[in-house]
Design a binder for this molecule. Structure first.
Ligand code: ADP
Ligand code: TYD
Length: 197
């Protein structure tokens, strides 16, 4: 029936929103990236090390995503179900473009994003709608412990900039003001979700 994704920087409230949607829309299948598969575990192991290689991370996220599409997203969507994924391709476009640029593989995040776009487009299972939880880096930083690989102010500022560009350019991204209380956010997003309650 439909494939929805939720995107935003760390601490933007994706997991909180996903949990609420799951409880409100019983027939919806909720999933996430990195997945709980061996591919997802490999990513978690990798990003637990601050020294992990940017290009390796990009390909690991891609492998996990192809598994996710083949194992979960396409089969459910094809048989008429509704899937909501906490993170998907725009996470790679936003995070890995900054990571690749920082690691000197590219001159700028924009250049890296073009590379990622070319790499993803041929096989992307495009979401019907992506909800982008738009939040300031200050608010996000106040909600997270800042201990994980990507949870740094400058890094997340650059990632947010990429998300803003992606949201502006896409015709399937809906920007949600994520500075509001959780129930206001869930109410707005719920209005877009098909599926019986
Ligand atoms: P993400 O999955 O995007 O990293 P989480 O949903 O885990 O974000 O939220 C990070 C923290 O912020 C959690 O402690 C959560 O309870 C809190 N939080 C989430 N959404 C909101 C909100 N709208 N207002 C205030 N706090 C929130
Ligand atoms: P996640 O567990 O969703 O973190 P959080 O719930 O705190 O947002 O994802 C782990 C990290 O992986 C997170 O910092 C974002 C990053 N990530 C990428 O860099 N690229 C990707 O393609 C994905 C799916 C996640």
């Amino acid at each position: 029936m439909a494939f929805y994704t939720i995107e935003g920087i760390d601490g933007s409230g994706k997991s909180t929103l996903t949990e609420t949607l799951k409880s409100q829309h019983k027939s919806v299948i909720v999933t996430q990236e990195p997945t709980h598969s061996a591919y997802g575990q490999r990513i978690r192991d990798n990003i637990a090390r601050d020294t992990s290689d940017a290009m390796t991370n990009l390909f690991l996220f891609m492998s996990d995503r192809i598994y996710h599409i083949n194992d979960t997203i396409r089969p459910i969507d094809t048989r008429g179900g509704t899937v909501i994924s906490d993170r998907y391709t725009d996470s790679s476009r936003a995070y890995q473009s900054v990571e690749l640029a920082n690691s000197m593989h590219f001159d700028s995040p924009d250049e890296a994003r073009a590379f990622i776009d070319n790499m993803v487009s041929p096989w992307e299972y495009v979401p019907d709608t992506t909800f982008y939880l738009d939040i300031s880096v200050d608010t996000a930083m106040s909600r997270i412990d800042g201990k994980e690989k990507y949870e740094h102010r400058t890094f997340l500022t650059n990632v947010k900039q990429q998300y803003d560009i992606i949201a502006e350019a896409s015709n399937h991204v809906i920007t949600i003001d994520a500075e509001r209380p959780p129930d206001a956010i869930a109410r707005e997003v719920s209005e877009y979700i098909d599926g019986p309650r």
